[in-house]
Write a protein that binds this ligand. Sequence first.
Ligand SMILES: [Zn+2]
Length: 282
Amino acid sequence: MSGGLWPEGVRSAASFTFDVDAESAVLWGAPENARRMSVMSHQAYGPLIGVPRILSLLADNGITATFFIPGYTAERYPEVVRDIVAAGHEVGHHGYLHEQPSALTRDEQIVALERGIDVLSEIADVRPVGYRAPMWDLSWEMPELLLERGFLYDSSLMDADLPYELAISDSTSSLVEIPIHWALDDWEQYCYLPEISGTGYIATPEQARALWEAEFAGLHDVGGCWVLTNHPFLSGRPGRAASLGRLMADIVATPGVWVAPLRDIAGHVRAQGLAPRAIRPI
Ligand SMILES: [Zn+2]
């Protein structure tokens, strides 16, 4: 059953990931949003209500997940980060103030990267091995900056069904890349913030789950890697969380699926000794 990349008896891998953006996602590049109390409260719902509910769901289903946390969120809600770590989940790097790497200079990217590393270390004694670019908008420089700082993997690119070794510059060194896709994100389904994001159309939890299940069926069939990205301020609401719990139960019960945090998937991929694959800059 193994497609070559996965452990014996495994057909596909699946990972539940959560981006704990909270306020940072609407503050970077638009600090005037800080004046909008209702908008801030919409984002605060994630760490205040969504994360505890999601931690319960994960425990109920025996799943270890990956949480990408901007440094600003960690500073504002340190106990939430510590609760995530105490439950055995992985914490990954997600910028400091959710900065879009492609919009920053190389030096600005370094500042955001190092500030995020320092905050996670100070608050939860965590040294992240994984990175996810805010807005999934990786820059061409970032893979090398990550490698220089000891990261094992990135999860922001969309050019494969399976993880691979991303070649850095012309060298033989590489970063594990675990691909993602917009169809496996809850932002497009659920997020509506007037003048900030969305059209006002909000999908039902059943519609979102049907999309994610269809993507899972396809990736499982080809022996791929299904990575779901949810935001606690969106998917932590009760009806959506209940639906997410049903999805978790279905996936855990599917034979031949390895459900794991991204750090474990990346570690397994690294151990396979794959030849690095170069992506030619445009
Ligand atoms: Zn984010």
